[in-house]
Ligand binder design. Structure first.
Ligand SMILES: Cc1cc2nc3c(=O)[nH]c(=O)nc-3n(C[C@H](O)[C@H](O)[C@H](O)COP(=O)(O)O)c2cc1C
Length: 320
């Protein structure tokens, strides 16, 4: 069997095992829709605060929007009670059946609040949280972890959440204190593989279809997640699909990036019924990185506020 294949997890089925990673500030619904359209097997929302859900925070609740059956909401928080209450709301009010728990965010504000990667120091608490989400009525519980907080602790972490009933584990192959520095360590994933039979998704530094192939072959993980490269090349999912189906993929120059960016801005504005694109300037800056006129565009795109301004800049710089 090809290493690029559909994934079935209980009643869930995913077209393939190459997925879009959750990224705060980036994986908004229109961006996820675009990556799914390019062939991502699943996509993950920006992390959503369980406290915000419990407080019925209007802005938080706007994040709870699935754009397809394979689009999964990720939540973060610190303890059993808040995860339980938030999961009850998600299952009963929003009819959500699958949740991904953030056990990896290294951002100081999140760690100080006892959430994200802070929990890697306390595998028992992680197990409680997995149980809380299930007890709250969520059928399938995924968890995204790092290999440890400041040292590798997979032997404690993985059996603990496995026993608590987690259905899928994604491992970003770094320690929390590394943030994004250094190189993702595939040995962490090989070790995780030896510690669990649950579905294991490998993550970290995948930039090309060949990287997908190497990661899956070397680690025997069930799938991969791609984060940062999907911002630069949302069509990486098509490249991967073509690579495994045809043995080759189109070079970036052959894909009309201008249309891609314009279409994304249009779909973002129509999704939010609003002309304001400040929230996706980061994505746009990533997507235009490889344009022939990138340097000139960059400074201008960094300042645009509305789609109208963006299209004017595009016309000035990119079209004759
Ligand atoms: C800007 C940014 C925001 C992120 N936000 C989240 C998040 O909300 N939840 C999460 O689990 N991981 C988050 N991550 C981590 C990614 O999901 C992924 O694990 C990491 O970027 C490594 O994969 P990559 O090398 O393919 O980018 C974020 C990463 C970046 C760069």
């Amino acid at each position: 069997m090809s290493i690029f294949h559909p994934l079935y997890i209980s009643s869930l089925s995913f077209n393939n095992n190459v997925w879009l990673a959750p990224m705060a500030g980036f994986t908004n619904p229109p961006f996820r829709r675009m990556c799914l359209d390019f062939g991502a097997g699943a996509s993950f929302s920006e992390m959503v605060s369980v406290e915000g859900i419990i407080r019925n925070n209007k802005r938080t609740l706007t994040y709870i929007e699935c754009v397809s059956d394979n689009d999964i909401i990720q939540i973060f928080g610190g303890d059993y009670n808040s995860f339980y209450k938030a999961s009850k709301i998600l299952s009963e009010r929003f009819n959500i059946k699958v949740i991904d728990i953030n056990f990896g965010c290294p951002v100081r504000k999140v760690v100080r609040g006892g959430a994200g990667s802070f929990l890697l120091k306390y595998p028992d608490r992680m197990a409680d949280i997995v149980k809380a989400v299930k007890d709250g009525g969520i059928e399938m519980v995924f968890g995204k972890i790092r290999a440890g907080f400041d040292s590798e602790e997979l032997e404690k972490i993985i059996p603990s959440i496995d026993k608590a009933g987690i259905d899928l584990i994604t491992l970003h192959a770094r320690l929390a204190i590394q943030f994004y520095s250094g190189v993702a360590n595939r040995n962490y994933i090989i070790k995780a593989r030896s510690l669990t039979d649950k579905i294991l998704i490998a993550n970290g530094d995948i930039k090309t279809p060949e990287d997908v192939e190497n990661m899956l072959t070397e680690t025997k993980a069930d799938g991969v997640m791609i984060g940062r490269m999907a911002i630069e090349k949302p069509f990486i999912f098509k490249m991967v699909k073509d690579y495994f189906a045809l043995g080759s993929y189109e070079n970036i120059e052959n894909i009309d990036l201008r249309d891609l960016v314009v279409n994304f801005v249009n779909s973002y504005c129509s999704y939010y019924k609003n002309d304001n694109i400040v929230g996706i300037r980061g994505i746009l800056l990533g997507m235009i990185k490889r344009f022939p006129f990138a340097r000139e565009l960059r400074d201008k795109v960094a300042k645009v506020k509305t789609s109208k301004e963006f299209f004017t800049v595009m016309r000035e710089v990119c079209y004759d």
